[in-house]
Design a binder for this molecule. Structure first.
Ligand code: PEP
Ligand code: MN
Length: 347
């Protein structure tokens, strides 16, 4: 199912009423670039008491709409075997497994038992935690029961610091998934990554630039009145504008000569960077020995603050942002502390 590139999935966060779904189908079926209409029918809510979805009633609306638009295909989120059964009963074309479910191996086992023998196209969102193995495991569980049409959906990760995103994209995790499972189409969900409609376009373009296979975008006829995720849903006009604005680049393996030269330069610089880091860590090991001999603690906060300020200054003069420099140094420092700690514990 997911062969088209870009494969576009659009639709409301939740199916709310027959009128809303009619209007969604009418608009999205007129846009030839939309391949699949999404809507949540059972909503996983963080706290109790909110709108929890229309359940089976919404599936009846979809079955009705499919009679009117025979070419339209619909996708619904499933979290329990009963959801799967009902979706199959009403002829839903594709299912997706949400971030709260894909990270739970027990739920994935239960779902895989109910999906066995169906071969319905399936999308698996990344788990809430940035653990690529958990995501790979969820996909493997479904592939193992014979589902051959599987796509992965990158919807970001909920971290302590999300840098303005609702869910931090941590693109490197999605890239690692693609590297480990190159045959699995990778779809980006910019709506749940951003959490606000202003950022949906730029995240979508980034995903296209990173050679993702498609996008899943939340679209609602009246986002301001939506019962769930109202800040991030686009109205029809915003959605059409976004789709028209997308620049789809070539992913040709034979790249222009200039690109090859620049890539060679990057290869050389990366290898120098790694060699410098390894030299730095050798010095860290020598420092650990001196600290042991003088009974000093591994972490010396004053010194660390001084290093951070000084390097941010130097990097700033070289055109590097303070945020990037700080993150880089924090990574290096964490590894230095880990190595020193290991040496001290061995003594
Ligand atoms: C959704 O797609 O509406 C949803 C609940 O997404 P996620 O599982 O990514 O939070
Ligand atoms: Mn949503």
């Amino acid at each position: 199912m997911f062969d088209n590139k870009p494969f576009i999935i659009a639709g409301p966060c939740s199916a709310e009423s027959k009128e809303q779904m009619d209007s969604v189908a009418k608009h999205l079926c007129s846009n030839s670039k939309v391949n699949l209409i999404r809507c949540g029918v059972w909503k996983p809510r963080t706290r109790p008491g909110g709108f929890e979805g229309m359940g089976e009633e919404a599936l009846k609306w979809i079955a009705d709409i499919k009679l009117q638009y025979p070419n339209a295909a619909f996708a619904v989120e499933v979290a329990q075997p009963e959801h799967v059964e009902l979706c199959l009963k009403y002829g839903i074309d594709s299912l997706w497994i949400g971030a709260r479910t894909s990270g739970n191996p027990f739920s994935m086992e239960e779902l895989s038992s109910s999906l066995k023998g169906t071969n319905i196209p399936l999308m698996i969102k990344n788990p809430l935690t940035p653990d690529v193995k958990l995501w790979i495991g969820a996909i493997e569980r479904m592939a193992n029961i014979g589902i051959s049409d599987i796509a992965a959906v990158h919807r970001g990760f909920f971290l302590n610091n999300n840098y303005g995103y609702r869910n931090n994209p941590l693109w490197e995790i999605a890239i690692e998934l693609k590297r480990s499972m190159p045959h699995i189409p990778l779809i980006c969900d910019p709506s749940h990554i951003s959490g606000n409609r202003a950022m949906v376009q730029s995240i979508s373009q980034t995903a296209m630039d990173l050679n993702f296979n498609g996008l899943m975008i939340e679209v609602h006829p009246y986002p301001y009145n939506a019962l769930t995720d109202k800040e991030q849903q686009l109205n029809f006009e915003e959605f059409d504008r976004l789709i028209d604005s997308l620049v789809i680049r070539e992913n040709n393996t034979s790249s222009p000569y200039e690109l090859e030269i620049l890539r060679k330069k990057i290869d050389i610089l990366d290898s120098e960077l790694l060699s410098i880091l390894s030299q730095r860590l050798d010095i860290v090991k020598q420092i650990a020995e001196i600290k042991i001999n003088n009974n000093l603690t591994v972490l010396q906060l004053g010194r660390w603050q001084e290093v951070l300020n000084n390097r941010i200054d130097i990097a700033g003069n070289m055109g590097l942002s303070a945020e990037f420099t700080q993150k880089l140094l924090e990574h290096i420092h964490t590894e230095s502390v880990r190595i020193q700690d290991e040496i001290m514990n061995k003594k």
